[in-house]
Design a protein around this ligand. Structure first.
Ligand SMILES: [Zn+2]
Length: 388
Protein backbone atom coordinates (compact mmCIF):
# COMPACT_ATOMS: atom_id res chain seq x y z
CA UNK A 1 0.00 0.00 0.00
CA UNK A 2 1.96 2.99 -1.25
CA UNK A 3 0.96 6.12 -3.07
CA UNK A 4 1.88 6.09 -6.74
CA UNK A 5 3.90 9.26 -6.52
CA UNK A 6 5.85 7.85 -3.59
CA UNK A 7 6.98 4.62 -5.26
CA UNK A 8 10.51 5.54 -6.42
CA UNK A 9 11.27 7.34 -3.14
CA UNK A 10 10.16 4.39 -1.03
CA UNK A 11 12.33 1.96 -2.99
CA UNK A 12 15.33 4.30 -2.71
CA UNK A 13 14.76 4.78 1.01
CA UNK A 14 14.59 1.05 1.62
CA UNK A 15 18.01 0.42 0.09
CA UNK A 16 19.49 3.50 1.82
CA UNK A 17 18.30 2.25 5.20
CA UNK A 18 19.84 -1.11 4.51
CA UNK A 19 23.16 0.47 3.54
CA UNK A 20 23.33 2.81 6.57
CA UNK A 21 22.32 0.36 9.25
CA UNK A 22 25.78 -1.06 10.02
CA UNK A 23 27.46 2.38 10.00
CA UNK A 24 24.98 3.79 12.53
CA UNK A 25 24.99 0.78 14.81
CA UNK A 26 25.71 1.68 18.45
CA UNK A 27 29.34 1.01 19.14
CA UNK A 28 30.92 1.17 22.56
CA UNK A 29 30.02 4.43 24.30
CA UNK A 30 32.57 6.36 26.36
CA UNK A 31 31.69 7.99 29.71
CA UNK A 32 30.65 11.30 28.11
CA UNK A 33 28.46 9.54 25.55
CA UNK A 34 26.81 7.50 28.28
CA UNK A 35 26.03 10.64 30.28
CA UNK A 36 24.68 12.42 27.20
CA UNK A 37 22.58 9.38 26.29
CA UNK A 38 21.01 9.18 29.73
CA UNK A 39 20.29 12.91 29.89
CA UNK A 40 18.73 13.26 26.42
CA UNK A 41 16.65 10.10 26.73
CA UNK A 42 15.14 11.33 30.01
CA UNK A 43 11.55 12.60 29.88
CA UNK A 44 11.66 16.22 31.11
CA UNK A 45 8.98 18.38 29.57
CA UNK A 46 8.54 21.91 30.99
CA UNK A 47 7.27 21.67 34.57
CA UNK A 48 7.96 17.90 34.73
CA UNK A 49 11.75 17.81 35.05
CA UNK A 50 11.86 15.00 37.65
CA UNK A 51 13.73 12.34 35.62
CA UNK A 52 16.46 14.84 34.73
CA UNK A 53 16.69 16.12 38.30
CA UNK A 54 17.19 12.57 39.57
CA UNK A 55 20.11 11.95 37.16
CA UNK A 56 21.76 15.21 38.21
CA UNK A 57 21.31 14.52 41.92
CA UNK A 58 23.15 11.25 41.44
CA UNK A 59 25.92 12.88 39.36
CA UNK A 60 26.34 15.99 41.50
CA UNK A 61 25.69 14.88 45.09
CA UNK A 62 29.36 14.14 45.87
CA UNK A 63 30.60 17.26 44.04
CA UNK A 64 28.03 19.66 45.49
CA UNK A 65 27.46 18.86 49.18
CA UNK A 66 24.69 21.44 49.70
CA UNK A 67 22.71 20.35 46.65
CA UNK A 68 19.09 21.39 47.17
CA UNK A 69 15.92 22.44 45.37
CA UNK A 70 14.04 25.69 45.71
CA UNK A 71 10.25 26.03 45.65
CA UNK A 72 9.91 26.09 41.87
CA UNK A 73 12.14 23.03 41.35
CA UNK A 74 15.57 24.43 40.42
CA UNK A 75 18.49 22.28 41.62
CA UNK A 76 21.13 24.50 43.25
CA UNK A 77 24.38 24.38 45.19
CA UNK A 78 28.05 25.30 45.62
CA UNK A 79 30.97 23.17 44.42
CA UNK A 80 32.74 21.11 47.07
CA UNK A 81 35.44 23.01 48.93
CA UNK A 82 34.58 26.40 47.45
CA UNK A 83 32.30 27.57 50.27
CA UNK A 84 35.07 29.52 52.01
CA UNK A 85 37.03 30.66 48.97
CA UNK A 86 37.42 34.41 48.59
CA UNK A 87 37.18 34.79 44.81
CA UNK A 88 34.04 35.74 42.89
CA UNK A 89 30.97 33.51 42.89
CA UNK A 90 30.72 32.05 39.38
CA UNK A 91 27.36 30.52 38.51
CA UNK A 92 27.14 27.74 35.90
CA UNK A 93 23.56 27.42 34.72
CA UNK A 94 21.58 25.28 32.26
CA UNK A 95 17.96 24.23 32.11
CA UNK A 96 16.49 20.78 32.71
CA UNK A 97 13.22 21.15 30.82
CA UNK A 98 12.64 20.35 27.16
CA UNK A 99 9.99 21.65 24.79
CA UNK A 100 7.05 19.27 24.63
CA UNK A 101 3.31 18.98 25.05
CA UNK A 102 0.66 18.47 27.71
CA UNK A 103 -2.48 16.32 27.47
CA UNK A 104 -5.39 18.74 27.02
CA UNK A 105 -8.37 16.39 26.73
CA UNK A 106 -9.34 12.89 25.67
CA UNK A 107 -12.32 12.43 23.35
CA UNK A 108 -14.90 9.67 23.70
CA UNK A 109 -13.19 7.58 20.99
CA UNK A 110 -9.88 7.56 22.86
CA UNK A 111 -7.97 10.18 20.84
CA UNK A 112 -5.81 12.55 22.85
CA UNK A 113 -5.58 16.27 22.14
CA UNK A 114 -2.71 18.33 23.43
CA UNK A 115 -1.17 21.78 23.72
CA UNK A 116 2.48 22.71 23.33
CA UNK A 117 4.78 24.03 26.03
CA UNK A 118 7.63 25.81 24.30
CA UNK A 119 7.87 26.93 20.70
CA UNK A 120 7.25 24.58 17.77
CA UNK A 121 6.84 24.77 14.05
CA UNK A 122 3.56 22.79 13.93
CA UNK A 123 4.53 20.90 10.77
CA UNK A 124 7.31 19.14 12.69
CA UNK A 125 4.80 17.61 15.15
CA UNK A 126 2.71 15.57 12.69
CA UNK A 127 3.39 11.86 12.13
CA UNK A 128 5.67 11.49 15.13
CA UNK A 129 5.91 8.95 17.91
CA UNK A 130 5.29 10.70 21.22
CA UNK A 131 5.57 9.40 24.74
CA UNK A 132 3.15 10.33 27.53
CA UNK A 133 4.63 10.09 31.02
CA UNK A 134 2.05 8.53 33.36
CA UNK A 135 2.28 7.30 36.97
CA UNK A 136 2.50 3.77 35.47
CA UNK A 137 5.34 4.64 33.08
CA UNK A 138 5.54 5.85 29.49
CA UNK A 139 2.71 5.29 27.02
CA UNK A 140 3.71 5.63 23.38
CA UNK A 141 1.37 7.03 20.76
CA UNK A 142 1.42 8.59 17.31
CA UNK A 143 0.31 11.94 15.89
CA UNK A 144 -1.81 10.55 13.08
CA UNK A 145 -2.89 12.22 9.88
CA UNK A 146 -4.79 11.28 6.73
CA UNK A 147 -2.96 8.85 4.53
CA UNK A 148 -1.62 10.22 1.24
CA UNK A 149 -4.20 8.03 -0.52
CA UNK A 150 -7.11 10.12 0.67
CA UNK A 151 -5.66 13.64 1.03
CA UNK A 152 -7.58 16.19 -1.05
CA UNK A 153 -5.45 18.24 -3.47
CA UNK A 154 -6.16 21.36 -1.41
CA UNK A 155 -4.88 19.66 1.76
CA UNK A 156 -1.48 18.78 0.34
CA UNK A 157 -0.13 22.29 0.78
CA UNK A 158 -2.01 23.08 3.95
CA UNK A 159 -0.38 23.44 7.35
CA UNK A 160 -2.21 21.46 10.04
CA UNK A 161 -2.51 23.60 13.18
CA UNK A 162 -1.62 22.04 16.53
CA UNK A 163 -5.19 22.18 17.82
CA UNK A 164 -6.30 19.77 15.07
CA UNK A 165 -3.61 17.21 15.88
CA UNK A 166 -4.31 14.21 18.08
CA UNK A 167 -2.42 11.28 19.55
CA UNK A 168 -3.53 7.73 18.84
CA UNK A 169 -2.46 5.32 21.60
CA UNK A 170 -4.44 2.43 20.13
CA UNK A 171 -7.41 2.86 22.47
CA UNK A 172 -11.07 2.80 21.40
CA UNK A 173 -12.61 4.82 24.22
CA UNK A 174 -11.87 7.50 26.78
CA UNK A 175 -12.12 4.88 29.55
CA UNK A 176 -9.49 2.73 27.91
CA UNK A 177 -7.11 5.72 27.76
CA UNK A 178 -7.79 6.47 31.41
CA UNK A 179 -7.02 2.86 32.34
CA UNK A 180 -3.55 3.42 30.79
CA UNK A 181 -2.99 6.08 33.47
CA UNK A 182 -3.47 9.04 31.12
CA UNK A 183 -5.28 12.17 32.30
CA UNK A 184 -5.27 15.85 31.28
CA UNK A 185 -2.11 17.69 32.34
CA UNK A 186 0.39 14.87 31.85
CA UNK A 187 3.59 15.68 29.92
CA UNK A 188 4.32 14.43 26.41
CA UNK A 189 7.79 14.25 24.83
CA UNK A 190 9.10 12.95 21.54
CA UNK A 191 9.74 9.22 21.66
CA UNK A 192 13.26 8.90 20.33
CA UNK A 193 16.66 7.98 21.67
CA UNK A 194 20.35 8.82 21.45
CA UNK A 195 22.20 7.65 18.33
CA UNK A 196 25.92 7.86 17.74
CA UNK A 197 26.21 8.63 14.03
CA UNK A 198 28.89 6.13 13.07
CA UNK A 199 32.38 7.50 13.57
CA UNK A 200 31.53 11.05 12.45
CA UNK A 201 31.89 12.41 15.98
CA UNK A 202 28.26 13.55 15.72
CA UNK A 203 25.25 12.48 17.76
CA UNK A 204 21.53 12.50 17.01
CA UNK A 205 18.98 12.86 19.83
CA UNK A 206 16.06 14.84 21.23
CA UNK A 207 16.41 17.43 23.99
CA UNK A 208 19.98 18.64 23.38
CA UNK A 209 18.23 21.83 24.46
CA UNK A 210 19.38 21.92 27.16
CA UNK A 211 20.65 18.58 28.43
CA UNK A 212 23.92 19.31 26.68
CA UNK A 213 24.41 22.34 28.93
CA UNK A 214 23.85 20.14 31.99
CA UNK A 215 26.37 17.60 30.68
CA UNK A 216 28.96 20.37 30.19
CA UNK A 217 28.44 21.51 33.80
CA UNK A 218 28.80 17.92 35.04
CA UNK A 219 32.05 17.40 33.18
CA UNK A 220 33.46 20.77 34.26
CA UNK A 221 32.77 19.91 37.92
CA UNK A 222 34.46 16.53 37.48
CA UNK A 223 37.61 17.99 35.91
CA UNK A 224 38.06 21.44 37.45
CA UNK A 225 41.62 22.40 38.37
CA UNK A 226 42.80 24.75 41.12
CA UNK A 227 40.95 28.07 41.15
CA UNK A 228 40.35 30.90 43.62
CA UNK A 229 36.61 31.17 42.99
CA UNK A 230 33.33 29.88 44.38
CA UNK A 231 31.67 27.79 41.71
CA UNK A 232 27.89 27.58 41.96
CA UNK A 233 25.54 25.51 39.86
CA UNK A 234 21.89 25.91 38.91
CA UNK A 235 19.86 23.41 36.89
CA UNK A 236 16.72 25.38 36.20
CA UNK A 237 13.10 24.47 35.40
CA UNK A 238 10.57 26.00 33.03
CA UNK A 239 13.01 27.82 30.76
CA UNK A 240 11.05 27.03 27.63
CA UNK A 241 7.89 28.78 28.81
CA UNK A 242 9.48 32.08 29.75
CA UNK A 243 12.72 31.65 31.75
CA UNK A 244 10.65 31.13 34.91
CA UNK A 245 12.97 28.99 37.04
CA UNK A 246 15.94 31.30 36.42
CA UNK A 247 13.92 34.25 37.68
CA UNK A 248 14.40 33.10 41.30
CA UNK A 249 17.98 31.73 41.19
CA UNK A 250 19.57 34.94 42.44
CA UNK A 251 17.43 34.83 45.60
CA UNK A 252 19.22 31.62 46.63
CA UNK A 253 22.76 31.99 45.29
CA UNK A 254 23.61 35.71 44.80
CA UNK A 255 26.26 34.99 42.14
CA UNK A 256 28.78 37.64 40.98
CA UNK A 257 29.03 36.46 37.38
CA UNK A 258 27.11 33.96 35.26
CA UNK A 259 27.95 31.42 32.54
CA UNK A 260 24.72 30.15 30.97
CA UNK A 261 25.04 27.07 28.79
CA UNK A 262 22.59 26.40 25.99
CA UNK A 263 22.27 25.12 22.46
CA UNK A 264 23.42 27.37 19.65
CA UNK A 265 21.50 27.55 16.40
CA UNK A 266 23.67 25.85 13.76
CA UNK A 267 23.03 27.07 10.23
CA UNK A 268 25.25 24.73 8.24
CA UNK A 269 22.73 22.65 6.35
CA UNK A 270 20.73 23.03 3.10
CA UNK A 271 17.97 25.68 3.16
CA UNK A 272 19.85 27.81 5.70
CA UNK A 273 21.13 30.21 3.09
CA UNK A 274 21.28 33.44 5.05
CA UNK A 275 23.78 34.21 7.80
CA UNK A 276 21.33 36.95 8.75
CA UNK A 277 19.31 34.25 10.56
CA UNK A 278 22.10 32.49 12.47
CA UNK A 279 25.78 31.93 11.93
CA UNK A 280 27.05 28.86 13.76
CA UNK A 281 28.50 25.73 12.14
CA UNK A 282 29.11 22.35 13.75
CA UNK A 283 32.75 21.80 14.64
CA UNK A 284 33.74 25.49 14.79
CA UNK A 285 33.65 25.69 18.60
CA UNK A 286 31.36 27.09 21.29
CA UNK A 287 29.12 29.94 20.15
CA UNK A 288 29.48 33.16 22.11
CA UNK A 289 26.12 34.93 21.99
CA UNK A 290 26.61 38.63 21.34
CA UNK A 291 22.88 39.20 20.88
CA UNK A 292 19.58 37.46 21.45
CA UNK A 293 16.06 38.69 22.15
CA UNK A 294 16.47 38.43 25.89
CA UNK A 295 19.99 39.78 26.46
CA UNK A 296 22.84 41.91 25.17
CA UNK A 297 25.78 40.79 27.30
CA UNK A 298 28.31 43.00 29.08
CA UNK A 299 30.84 43.74 26.31
CA UNK A 300 33.80 43.79 28.72
CA UNK A 301 32.87 40.25 29.73
CA UNK A 302 32.73 39.15 26.07
CA UNK A 303 36.21 40.60 25.43
CA UNK A 304 37.57 38.82 28.52
CA UNK A 305 36.08 35.49 27.33
CA UNK A 306 37.56 35.90 23.85
CA UNK A 307 41.03 36.64 25.20
CA UNK A 308 40.77 33.68 27.61
CA UNK A 309 39.78 31.39 24.72
CA UNK A 310 42.66 32.75 22.61
CA UNK A 311 45.22 32.13 25.33
CA UNK A 312 44.02 28.52 25.66
CA UNK A 313 43.71 28.05 21.89
CA UNK A 314 40.04 27.16 22.11
CA UNK A 315 38.09 27.92 18.91
CA UNK A 316 34.97 30.05 19.34
CA UNK A 317 32.37 31.51 17.01
CA UNK A 318 29.96 34.41 17.39
CA UNK A 319 26.23 33.92 17.47
CA UNK A 320 23.50 36.51 17.04
CA UNK A 321 19.89 35.29 16.90
CA UNK A 322 16.61 37.07 17.23
CA UNK A 323 13.76 34.77 18.24
CA UNK A 324 15.88 33.27 21.01
CA UNK A 325 15.82 33.84 24.76
CA UNK A 326 17.82 32.26 27.57
CA UNK A 327 18.11 32.01 31.34
CA UNK A 328 21.24 34.19 31.55
CA UNK A 329 19.01 37.18 30.85
CA UNK A 330 17.13 36.69 34.13
CA UNK A 331 20.38 36.86 36.12
CA UNK A 332 21.64 39.86 34.17
CA UNK A 333 18.62 41.80 35.45
CA UNK A 334 18.75 40.38 39.00
CA UNK A 335 20.27 42.05 42.05
CA UNK A 336 22.35 45.05 40.91
CA UNK A 337 22.84 43.60 37.42
CA UNK A 338 24.98 40.46 37.19
CA UNK A 339 27.36 40.10 34.20
CA UNK A 340 26.05 37.12 32.24
CA UNK A 341 26.98 35.37 29.05
CA UNK A 342 25.22 32.72 27.02
CA UNK A 343 27.44 30.08 25.45
CA UNK A 344 25.81 27.76 22.91
CA UNK A 345 26.93 24.33 21.78
CA UNK A 346 26.06 24.44 18.04
CA UNK A 347 23.00 22.26 17.37
CA UNK A 348 21.15 21.57 14.15
CA UNK A 349 17.33 21.41 14.06
CA UNK A 350 16.59 22.81 17.54
CA UNK A 351 13.01 22.54 18.85
CA UNK A 352 12.12 19.66 16.55
CA UNK A 353 11.96 15.90 17.11
CA UNK A 354 15.76 15.51 17.11
CA UNK A 355 18.93 17.49 16.65
CA UNK A 356 22.58 16.85 15.78
CA UNK A 357 25.64 18.03 17.68
CA UNK A 358 29.39 17.58 17.22
CA UNK A 359 31.52 16.11 19.99
CA UNK A 360 34.41 18.52 19.33
CA UNK A 361 32.15 21.48 20.15
CA UNK A 362 31.07 19.82 23.36
CA UNK A 363 34.68 19.12 24.41
CA UNK A 364 35.76 22.67 23.53
CA UNK A 365 32.89 24.12 25.55
CA UNK A 366 33.98 22.10 28.59
CA UNK A 367 37.54 23.41 28.08
CA UNK A 368 36.39 27.01 27.68
CA UNK A 369 34.19 27.00 30.81
CA UNK A 370 36.99 25.40 32.82
CA UNK A 371 39.49 28.00 31.55
CA UNK A 372 37.08 30.82 32.45
CA UNK A 373 36.66 29.55 36.01
CA UNK A 374 40.37 28.91 36.52
CA UNK A 375 41.33 32.34 35.12
CA UNK A 376 38.70 34.57 36.66
CA UNK A 377 39.95 36.86 39.42
CA UNK A 378 38.45 39.61 41.59
CA UNK A 379 40.41 42.13 39.48
CA UNK A 380 39.02 40.77 36.22
CA UNK A 381 35.51 40.89 37.66
CA UNK A 382 36.03 44.53 38.73
CA UNK A 383 37.13 45.45 35.19
CA UNK A 384 34.06 43.70 33.78
CA UNK A 385 31.71 45.37 36.27
CA UNK A 386 33.19 48.87 35.89
CA UNK A 387 33.31 48.63 32.09
CA UNK A 388 36.93 49.80 32.15
ZN1 LIG B 1 17.30 26.00 25.86
Amino acid sequence: MITRAGLPAVVALASLTFALAPANAQTQLDDTERLLEELVNAHGVVGFEGEVRRILRREWQDLVPDLHTDGIGNLLGTFKGDENASGPKVLLMAHMDEVGFLVRYIDENGFIYFNNVGGYFPQSVLTQRLSILTPNGRVIGYTGMKSGHILRASERNEMVPLERMFIDVGASSREEVQRMGIRPGLPIAYETSFVKLGDTGRYLAKAWDDRIGLAVITEVLQSLGAHPNQVQIAATVQEENGLRGAAVVDASLHPDIVINLEIGIAADFPLMTSPALSQEALGNGPGIFIFDNSMIPNNQYIDWILSTADRHQIPTQFESVSGYGEDGAQLQRSSTGIPSVNIGIPTRYGHSQSGIIDRADYDNTVKLVRAMIENLSAEALTRIRTFE
